[in-house]
Design a binder for this molecule. Sequence first.
Ligand code: NAD
Length: 482
Amino acid sequence: MDIPSSLLIGGKWLPAADGAEFKTYDPATGTPLGTVAEAGPSDVDAAVDAARTAFDDPAWRTMPPAARARLLWAVADLIEKYADELAELETCDQGQPIGIAKGLNVPLAAEMFRYYAGWCTKIEGSVSAVSIPGTMHYTRREPVGVCALITPWNLPLAIAAWKLAPALACGNTVILKPAEQTPLTTVFLARLCLEAGIPAGVVNCLTGGPEAGRALTEHDGVDKVSFTGSTEVGKLIVAAAARNLKRVSLELGGKAPSIVARDADIDAAVAGNLQGALLNSGQVCAAYTRFYVDHRRVDEFTEKIAAAASGLPLGPGLSPDTVMGPLVSQEQVERVAHYVRLGVEQGAELVTGGARPDGDLAGGYFFQPTVFSGVTDDMAIAREEIFGPVLSILSYEDPEELAPRANDTEYGLAACVWTKDLTTAHNLAATIRAGSVYVNMLPFLDPAAPWGGFGASGWGREMSGTAIDEFTETKGVWINLA
Ligand code: NAD
């Protein structure tokens, strides 16, 4: 299938109005992969107009929920039909191992559409128990309107899908704005939406950088922004949204603690934390990053996880032997290297990694899996989101320390507890401030489980029925029965 390099506006593939384009790179080699149109302000205006026209068009506005459900199901089928192409494209554009693209990213995208296809016919209002005599009151759930869906570069297809599927299930129209580093699979997804028969203008797609994102978030014709990305940009979006008080949902950064209790199965904790920390080269918002290990087990844990990390096969995502691929960009490599330097300067012990590999991999954006021990709560590597393959190991003496230390962060996206004791597990699950707490497992995602964070990790929840709340307005209707 040919991937259009242009913008999708009102059902037509168009170049940018001013002809601007930008390159996307293969992170495994640092060489250009393709060129795509770069949306400017007039393209943003055109896409918002197209989305508004489609929103007001009865073909979409009054489409029966069962018909919308069939369209979403058709998108899921098409994602599966093109699963291999989508996975390869994601690996080439983003760098993730092909096993992650095929086993996680693409199937999750298809499942999002299936799950929300089911919701289309279950978005219901209710009759309210009002006390004013001679009246009745009922509620309707109505779409919010034109939604800008702005996504990051770490799991491009799955994140686009987990916003797009509920937005469409509720009857909204959208403008997708993928990250400039990884536009290709989102463009592919937009094309599949057209192929599935979703009416022109319901799904628009603008490739471009922060300027296109900013123009969307400031646009008075946009009713809602659903954003996944950095906390810093999330704050800019809130400020921009104040112009017309558009609805905003935010999935932002994280710094997930992972607690290894005295009674934990250390081998399971090592294997789970290694994957939880290094999945997608650590470029996962829920990645386990700071490890609080019982002081009697910390040496054993450090030794085992460092040995496992240093033995991980690094390589291009398309190579079947690769367990860890490159980072997404040179900028990301520099960010990780900066934090490694800070870790050393602030007195942590570098146990393994800490540098770019040389040899065959020197041309790509690779970074070795890196483990620090002797980390303290005040160090930058324990506090700030690195978004790369860096594990910071801390220790604790008394379990009473755990919740306060885990909660001593602006973030609150995910956390993990490794223990065999139910009391420890439930007590920590209740006291750690995070949108998702995992017990003895990896940070899985499922369309049926709400996803989002406390504090600086964002506003609102995606996935599950809560995404339906995020993409609808509640209208009350009063009837005078007297
Ligand atoms: P980013 O915030 O730099 O960019 C995200 C998107 O926002 C891109 O499409 C970008 O073009 C756009 N953008 C940039 N400036 C903008 C502006 N002023 N107005 C509107 N849009 C703008 O984030 P990133 O570097 O692409 O992604 C990494 C971040 O995403 C990390 O902080 C990570 O934790 C977070 N993330 C969170 C989740 C989650 O579910 N909570 C999931 C994945 C990634």
